[in-house]
Write a protein that binds this ligand. Structure first.
Ligand code: AHR
Length: 497
């Protein structure tokens, strides 16, 4: 099969926000405990942080880390997690039916973020708590000493404010499963009140309002619209969540997920334009896609009142990795709409990394994320793609390839391609109209014959990207061949013609 991609550096959708490569750490299962924090383990440092997890995360270059939930946050009292450890209460945790020891809390998270080379994105509880508690947490994190909560931070050993910039106003408040779930009209008021109080204390912060947890919910987009119409002036982002599944066991259909992901982003672009018009506003609101991933094989979420139970420990295969790449391709292509995105989650719980006491397993989904986070720089180029089509079940005819491209100021080009075909290799000719490729800097391909193949503790390197060759064409373009079921990360140097 043949395909053609035409790129012109003058045709772009603007700068890509590196925060689309964000992560998410929730007090859920073995994510915090045993995942990032495992005191006494020989693999942990003096703070109890798993050093193998830190090293793997650093390579993922996540500029932002959402915390502490998720559903967890909607019944969380953040004051439980500060101060001397031995005085912190053990609590029954509503969302995941587990015991929360509170051994890891806000101060530990801030400290761990430094070690992981990331920045905190904090969520406040707008389920069972409200604007006063949110304001107190902001005071604890961001205000200089001299007032009650800021002084408590100093007493806990942290005189300098943490300067947390990005804050989520609750989590999935549209979801009936959420502690304190309310209709949009009620949530909008809660969010607006919290926003006004929080920005009244620190007007440098940016706020994310809850939007829709899933496209399948009856309130999809209307929850967002009602919230945004009420909170337009107080918030900067609306949050969208999506978890992809292949419940039907139809890989052709599943591999077309990128089409659906892009449609969601388009829905939000339309919504933002609509409310902006309604308000006759100059302001722009952007999308924070702050939970996304594949999740359907292990949805076991009842911890039976244990500490750090093994919950939602999804095993990822090749087709999942190709869907993960399509999420990131869509975020890059719509860099004009998506400014923040957080893979849910980072370790043990629906995560690219799995731990056991004596080691770390890197799953298939790690690799496209790592390669794309490493090589995406600068502007998102418009992709003019001529691709063969295939039948993706009831999703209909779908391009065999899914692509995105970025161009840095120094001329470094990155092109990311997924070949959805399970049977056919595709040769892709990349035509560059106003620049020419002077060198191929690298090409890595993750691929395999079996969409269900997965890394395991016994075969940890079954799926890893391998270097491959791409060739420069006489006309200044690049040609590469993708095997079936493949993700490719191509880097090239370009020069003006
Ligand atoms: O990421 C797991 C859970 O999925 C989160 O707690 C919640 O926000 C979502 O429903």
């Amino acid at each position: 099969m043949q395909a053609k991609l035409t790129l012109d550096t003058q045709f772009h959708v603007g700068e890509i926000d590196p925060r689309i490569f964000g992560g998410f750490l929730e007090h859920l299962g073995r994510a915090v405990y045993e995942g990032v924090y495992d005191p006494g383990n020989p693999l942990s440092d003096a703070n109890g942080y798993r050093t193998d997890v830190l090293a793997a995360l650093q390579k993922m270059r996540m500029p932002l880390m959402r915390y502490p939930g998720g559903n967890f946050v909607s019944n969380y009292d953040w004051t439980d997690g500060i101060g001397p450890r031995e005085q912190r209460p053990r609590r029954p945790e509503f969302a995941w039916k587990s015991v929360e020891t509170n051994a890891f809390g806000t101060d530990e998270f801030m400290h761990w973020c430094k070690a992981a080379q990331t920045a905190p994105m904090m969520a406040v509880n707008l389920g069972t708590r409200g604007s006063a508690e949110a304001g107190a947490l902001l005071e604890y994190c961001n205000l200089p000493t001299g007032t009650y909560w800021a002084d408590r931070r100093a007493q806990n050993g942290h005189p300098e404010p943490y300067a947390v910039k990005t804050w989520c106003l609750g989590n999935e408040m549209d979801g009936p499963w959420q502690a304190g779930h309310v209709p949009a009209e009620e949530y909008a008021m809660r969010a607006d009140q919290a926003a006004k109080l929080m920005r009244g204390l620190d007007d440098s912060i940016e706020l994310v309002a809850c939007g829709s947890s899933a496209r399948g919910l009856a309130t999809y987009l209307s929850y967002d619209r009602i919230t945004l119409e009420y909170c337009w002036d107080s918030v900067h982002y609306v949050s969208a969540h999506r978890y992809s599944n292949n419940h039907r066991g139809d890989s052709a259909w599943f591999l077309a997920e990128g089409v659906e992901i892009e449609r969601i982003i388009e829905d939000y672009a339309g919504l933002f334009d609509y409310v902006r018009g309604l308000k006759r506003s100059e302001k722009r609101v952007y999308l924070s896609f702050d939970e996304w991933n594949v999740w359907y094989k292990n949805t076991h979420g009842n911890g039976k009142w244990k500490e750090a139970p093994a919950l939602c420990e999804e095993v990822y295969n090749l087709e999942d990795a190709l869907v993960v790449a399509q999420y990131l391709n869509a975020f890059i292509r719509r860099a004009d709409v998506v400014k923040i995105a957080c893979i849910a989650q980072i370790v043990n719980v629906i995560a690219p990394l799995l731990t056991r006491r004596e080691g770390l397993l890197v799953q298939s989904t790690y690799y496209p994320f790592q390669l794309m986070a490493e090589h995406t720089r600068g502007k998102s180029l418009r992709t003019q793609l001529e691709s063969p089509l295939y039948m993706a079940g009831d999703r209909g005819e779908t391009p065999v390839l899914d692509v995105s491209a970025s161009l840095a100021q120094d001329g470094a080009l990155a092109v990311f391609v997924v070949n959805r075909s399970q049977t056919d290799a595709v040769t892709l000719d990349i035509h560059l109209t106003d620049v020419r490729a002077s060198a191929v800097l690298g090409l890595d391909i993750l691929c395999g014959d079996d969409p269900k193949a997965a890394n395991s503790w016994e075969t940890p390197d079954l799926l890893t990207p391998k270097p491959a060759l791409a060739t420069l064409t006489d006309s200044g373009g690049i040609t590469l061949t993708l095997p079936p079921l493949a993700f490719a990360a191509l880097r090239a140097q370009t020069q003006l013609r």
